[in-house]
Design a protein. Sequence first.
Length: 108
Amino acid sequence: MADQPHRTMYCCRCAWCQQQPQSAVATEHQAINRLLATLDEKARRQVAGLFALSHGRGGITRLAEVTGLSRTTIRRGQQEVQGATPVSSAIRQPGGGRKSVEKKIHPF
């Protein structure tokens, strides 16, 4: 993980962080986003899923607002943490991500 570039930290847009940026809630949201910025995709969704589970009902929506991650990503992380879906060692599914340059260039 040390050789991976860090993601830019997401700035929470919830009402608490906008109205009271020095509050304990805003500080917690900043800490969550600082942690998620250091993780790869798989770990990021699993940690967000775990946080959403700990919040209980409405946790997915709350974490989506705080972290900027999609609700489906957080739900998938919850399922991986609970063991509902098999966890593979790959970060992305086969065929996921950008296509290589050789595949994008069409000879004329």
